[in-house]
Design a protein around this ligand. Structure first.
Ligand code: MTE
Length: 319
């Protein structure tokens, strides 16, 4: 999705290394006996308020999915606030940019606006859980990621939107001193994204604060980001500082930049190609060279959960 014309989605084979320290979290939790609610409660109360360890939600246990190694998830990133070079994001996002403490503002057409530090927000929504989701970038690469976090619906319940609220608008931080990519003007910073209220209320919409049972690395959008697994990755906005409930559809950053190529909905759809490349298949990051491509699934495999949101909508026009 780069602004130039190079195929930035092509992963150099050098990046494909098997994960040695792969942590099977479910197994780990069973082994150490963290499966019970009482123990979880105790660890939440005494541990850092970031809520770890989290418990795997069995409805999204990803048993049928091959998880992407942690090193690849945290080493192959799109975070244009730092650089367009995927391999360099990790270094630049850990050079002085501070992600704790971190305030997030929730406001707009709501009865209960609030500004709250992320760790306090996690406590307020009752802690975190783990869900394994497919993750599909518009650049035609994919991963499978065990996210830790909580349903976005919990923020909606906390904020109590008024009936005029039709969309949620999400905004990333603006800090050009520590985020060198924001010194350039190719993008109108800060990065903005949006969802309809129906999309945001869907059970899959998730606020991630961790990956593989650890606090989310800076380069993946610390300390809190959105994850909407049935949509292309650019909808999953990182490092959120503001969430607003609004009447009008927000103009999201990529749509503002290239409206012919990127829309508001951005639902994963093998039948609607990007103007510059096919979306019919995807490159599975970490799968090795010969088994690395697989067919793209409608709504990224979450058709059952979300297809009803788009009934009657022409998905070719509303890309
Ligand atoms: N959020 C912000 N603020 N800035 C970005 O550049 N890139 C998006 C999305 N969220 C981006 C962002 C894109 S294009 C993708 S594919 C995912 O983040 C990448 O997330 P990852 O680096 O954790 O894989």
């Amino acid at each position: 999705m780069n602004i130039k014309n190079r195929k930035s989605w092509e992963l150099p084979e050098s990046a494909v290394t098997p994960e040695k320290n792969y942590l099977n979290r479910r197994h780990f939790l069973k082994t150490v006996g963290m499966g019970s609610g009482a123990l979880l409660g105790a660890s939440l109360a005494k541990g850092a308020s970031s809520g770890f360890p989290s418990i795997l939600n069995q409805d999204f246990n990803g048993e049928d999915l091959e998880k992407t190694p942690y090193d690849l998830i945290k080493g192959y990133n799109n975070f244009y606030e730092f650089t367009t070079d995927k391999g360099d994001v990790q270094k630049l996002a850990n050079k002085g940019w501070q992600t704790e403490p971190w305030d997030i503002e929730i406001k707009g057409l709501v009865d209960n606006p609030l500004k709250i530090e992320v760790n306090d927000l996690i406590k307020k929504v009752g802690g975190i859980e783990q869900r394994v989701y497919r993750f599909r970038c518009v650049e035609a690469w994919s991963m499978v990621i065990p996210w830790d976090g909580f349903p976005l619906k919990k923020i909606i319940d906390l904020a109590q939107p008024k009936s005029e609220a039709k969309y949620m608008k999400f905004t990333t931080f603006y800090d050009p001193k520590n985020a060198p990519g924001q010194r350039g003007r190719s993008i109108d910073w800060p990065y903005v994204e949006g969802l309809t209220m129906d999309e945001a209320s869907n059970e899959l919409a998730f606020m991630a604060t961790g990956i593989y049972g650890k606090p989310i690395p800076n380069q993946n959008g610390a300390p809190i980001r959105l994850v909407v697994p049935w949509k292309y990755g650019f909808k999953s906005i990182k490092s959120i500082v503001k969430i607003e409930f609004v009447k009008r559809r927000p103009l999201n950053t990529w749509q503002a930049l290239q409206p012919r190529e990127y829309g508001f909905y951005a639902n994963v759809n093998p039948k609607v190609d990007h103007p510059r490349w096919s979306q019919a298949s995807e490159r599975v990051i970490g799968a090795g060279f010969f088994s690395s491509r697989k067919p793209t699934l409608m709504f990224n495999g979450y058709e059952e959960q979300v297809a009803h949101l788009y009934e009657g909508l022409d998905l070719k026009k509303n890309y």
